[in-house]
Design a binder for this molecule. Structure first.
Ligand code: ADP
Ligand code: MG
Length: 320
């Protein structure tokens, strides 16, 4: 297959076509058959707790880990049979920050472009260093840089050859809030400019903020795969907090099946939006002569959906 981004039928080639990937480490099945197709231009999120298999999958896509079975194609190039072409089309920022402390920022980034046979892209490298706020660190050795800066250098390094696909494995784990926001803006900009971005994260907030489509992975399997909106919408549970003027009020029998908690005039009602209209519940309260003094409704978050799918919570927000 040639390097063109579309095949002969004119339909766009997927950025990543992942079929039936299995990988075990001894008895541990890290990936239990992953199928995923990621289209060009997507901002795709692989969301899962620590140990879910995200990095194993990323390393398989990068051709660093050989799957026991299954295959990955990067813009039509098989990561095993056609490793060089496949690899050249992706920029992978690994979770583990591995670097050579004796090189300067400029050398590290320039060498990487050279490795992929890309020369004369100084304009792009300058742009990268500027966008990542590394402009004045070009001549610094990596060992002189802070952890956050090292991470940014590794991102510049991974993207030095201007690949069409960027793969970021937990780019913001353990980084401070300011850098996290900066990296989000940077990734969004790359995506707007046409780069396909695949991001792994255990931060729900990050997936919710950035990704158009999300695969929730857990115990080496895709538990859910959908657009962010559809994932959020398919949970039909709703909850409503109602404050009644009278703390002693007697709740009508038609409403009590939905009553989850009550504390004086405050109560929380839970219902399924497909079976029960919230307006009808409020009407029943008012018809019973009760005065509603305050009201709040809540839709499920990705956190609720994740909990529901896996029975587990994602890692709590790290203190930085
Ligand atoms: P995640 O990136 O989602 O946190 P990983 O892909 O790193 O998950 O790990 C998935 C599972 O595979 C974990 O149980 C992990 O301990 C195990 N694992 C990953 N890499 C290796 C390895 N090189 N050798 C043995 N076990 C591994
Ligand atoms: Mg990982």
């Amino acid at each position: 297959m040639n390097r063109a981004a579309s095949d002969t039928t004119g339909t766009a080639q997927p950025a990543l076509d992942i079929q039936g990937i299995r990988k075990s480490y001894g008895k541990l099945e890290a990936l239990k058959g992953i199928d995923l197709t990621i289209q060009q231009g997507e901002f795709f999120g692989l969301l899962g707790p620590n140990g879910a298999g995200k990095s194993t999958l990323i390393n398989t896509i990068a051709g660093l880990t050989r799957p026991d079975s299954g295959r990955v194609q990067v813009l039509g190039h098989d990561t095993v049979a056609d490793y060089r072409h496949a690899r050249r089309n992706i920029g992978v920022v690994p979770q583990e920050l591995v670097y050579d402390p004796f090189f300067t920022v400029e050398e590290v980034v320039g060498n990487q472009a050279g490795y992929f046979g890309v020369r004369g892209n100084d304009a792009w490298i300058s742009e990268l260093l500027k966008a990542l706020d590394l402009d004045d660190k070009r001549d610094s050795n990596l060992r002189q840089l802070s952890g956050g800066m090292k991470r940014r250098v590794l991102i510049a390094q991974a993207l030095a050859h201007k690949p069409p696909i960027a793969i970021l494995d937990e780019p913001t784990a353990g980084v401070d809030v300011e850098l996290r926001q900066g990296l989000w803006r940077f990734a969004q900009r790359l995506n707007r400019e046409g780069m396909t971005v695949v991001l792994t994260t255990h931060y729900l907030e990050e997936a919710e903020e950035l990704c158009d489509r999300i695969a929730i992975i857990h115990h080496g399997q895709v538990q859910a795969l959908d657009s962010k909106e559809a994932l959020l919408h398919r949970d039909t549970r709703r909850s409503m907090e109602v404050e009644l003027a009278d703390p002693e009020a007697e709740i009508p029998a038609s409403v009590t099946p939905f009553l989850m908690e009550r504390d004086g005039g405050w109560m929380r009602l839970q219902f399924n939006r497909e079976e029960q209209s919230p307006v009808a519940l409020l009407n029943q309260l008012q018809e019973a002569g009760l005065t509603i003094s305050d009201l709040q409704t809540r839709s499920p978050s990705l956190e609720d959906i994740f909990l529901d799918l896996t029975g587990e919570q994602l890692a709590p927000e790290e203190v930085t």
